[in-house]
Design a protein around this ligand. Structure first.
Ligand code: KIV
Length: 296
């Protein structure tokens, strides 16, 4: 029986205390979850980025709790059937609370967080600073681990006036540190820092006792997260500065599909070995002698 990475174990993973950096990647389906598990990833994020990366929307505002629960279930089922080469703890699954699922009342926030846990998540992530404290406290009180998300918070795309790097000036940097301290004090077990200057991410990382997990926040965080489709080079429409591609799976896939199309059109696929055949005595009773079309 494999052990699982837990929220308390993640909470203790500060690099300054000698821990290895945490590695998180998004996962939206069973094959993605299995690949990430087999690669030794620590945390899987069923991100609301599914809206843009998989479902073709322009922002993350278009997905619902039901959508996130659907993808969380697929990730959890994928993990249940994955077989990593090394016996390492199973990744911790965090599901994003989508926009408007935690913005009205703490009760609604808890109910939506519970729906994601029932779908297979071990914790939930939500965006925003001190104004989200009542919701964070209510979800933590319901015994559901909460991951915060500060800086460039994509659910605020319209309020921010676009996907822009945040906390670039003195006052905004101090506000971000204050938000992070408040989130940690409210019980968040980790905080994602997205799209903030390296120096500000380091200030936050020094200021709080729970790990920071950066995306576009420099190397000074306690961990890093990237979108699976960016890492694998499946998403090629945008290449933000903070993304490093480790493969060109989109290029490989287009090449493979073009070769398949070519083989079908030239008759090279399927070959005899890729087809089912009658036993020769049965074929003979049907008057079929071999596979040449002239005979058939
Ligand atoms: O939804 C997502 O992919 C995220 C990451 C960018 C952290 O929230």
């Amino acid at each position: 029986m494999r052990t699982k990475l837990t929220a308390p174990a993640i909470r203790a993973r500060k690099v300054r205390d000698g821990s290895d950096p945490l590695v998180m990647v998004t996962a939206y389906d069973a094959p993605g979850a299995r690949m990430a598990d087999e690669a030794g990833i620590d945390l899987l994020l069923v991100g609301d980025s599914v809206a843009m990366v998989v479902l073709g929307y322009d922002d993350t505002l278009q997905v619902s709790v039901d959508d996130l629960a659907h993808h969380t279930g697929a990730v959890a089922r994928g993990l249940a059937t994955s077989s990593p080469a090394a016996e390492r703890p199973r990744p911790f699954v965090v599901a994003d609370l989508p926009w408007m699922s935690y913005h009205t009342t703490p009760v609604e926030a808890v109910q939506n967080a519970a729906a994601l846990v029932r779908a297979g998540a071990q914790g939930v992530k939500l965006e925003g600073g001190r104004k989200r404290l009542p919701m964070i406290e209510a979800i933590v009180d319901a015994e559901i681990p909460v991951m915060g998300h500060l800086g460039l918070t994509p659910q605020s795309v319209h309020a921010m006036g676009g996907f822009k790097v945040q906390a670039r000036d003195h006052a905004a940097a101090l506000e971000l540190v204050a938000d992070a301290k408040a989130l940690a004090a409210a019980g968040c077990f980790a905080v994602v820092l997205e799209g903030v200057p390296d120096e500000v991410a380091r200030m936050v990382t020094d200021a709080i006792d729970v790990p920071t997990i950066g995306i576009g926040a420099g190397p000074g965080c306690d961990g890093q997260v990237l979108v699976l489709h960016d890492v694998l080079g499946i998403e090629d429409r945008m290449l933000p500065k903070f993304v490093r591609r480790y493969a060109d799976l989109r290029g490989d896939a287009v090449e493979a599909l073009a070769a398949y199309a070519d083989d079908v059109r030239t008759g090279a696929f399927p070959a005899a070995a890729e087809s089912y055949h009658l036993k020769s005595d049965v074929a003979e009773t049907l008057g079929l002698y071999g596979f040449a079309p002239a005979v058939v």
